[in-house]
Unconditional design. Sequence first.
Length: 276
Amino acid sequence: MLPFRGLEQFERRGAVEDIGYCIAGASPYALEFTNDADVICLLLGDILSETQFEDDAERPLIFAGQSSAFHPRGGNVRVRADEVRRGFIAFSYQPSYQEVADDVQLDRTRRAGSRNNIRRDSIRALARYALSRIRSEEAFTPFELQSLASLVYVETLRGLGTVKEDRRHGLSDREFNAICAYIDAELGSDLTCAKLAAAAGVPLRVVFDGMKMRTGMSPYRYVMEKRVERARQMLRHSSTPISEIALACGFSSQQHLTSTFSCKLGTTPQRIRLDG
């Protein structure tokens, strides 16, 4: 029987800004931790377990695939997972992140304790996206991971009823234009979800909802489309080396630029340059 260990047992873990993350694969594990921040797990497949929350008795629990689970800060979680299908991603959200992420109070939600098997179509879509990215050979970029974590946060709170559907979810013309102008000006820099929210002076939840309403895209996808288009124009109209174009447009490397072009455009930067 596996001994209980902390998150250090999972190799793929780290932090981007005020969001911690841990990626677990399809292997049995025994996990015990006390969380000092709110934690949300995105379940990529079913997990059959014996689980104990706080001082409750240990009991059988199935964490359903393509759902999420909310574990409030200050809680104790103990999971012995004997059958793990596809794994999970756990995100931890520091208070400094939550100050800009949303405009709701979570005290009542935290007092209710851990909540599991939170289902929404949007959560299922995020789980499918995360699984496809994990299975690819290309690592998550920091901004991509932030965006995924933020969407998991927003949609899980909606699933808990913490964020009411009739709350403000649109962007005014001024707010939308401020975000677009900020993205254009900082496209080659390290964009973060918090900076997008700060540019418009609105909670991050409003940024995600408003950008989707205005453009049909998430902020992450919108930024990637802008980066691809700027890189394409530079390839066609300048002699700047491709490696420098990649960095100037916010890609982590020439390889990242090439793989993105291959995925989105079905061609390579070199071919676009040659074709003019």
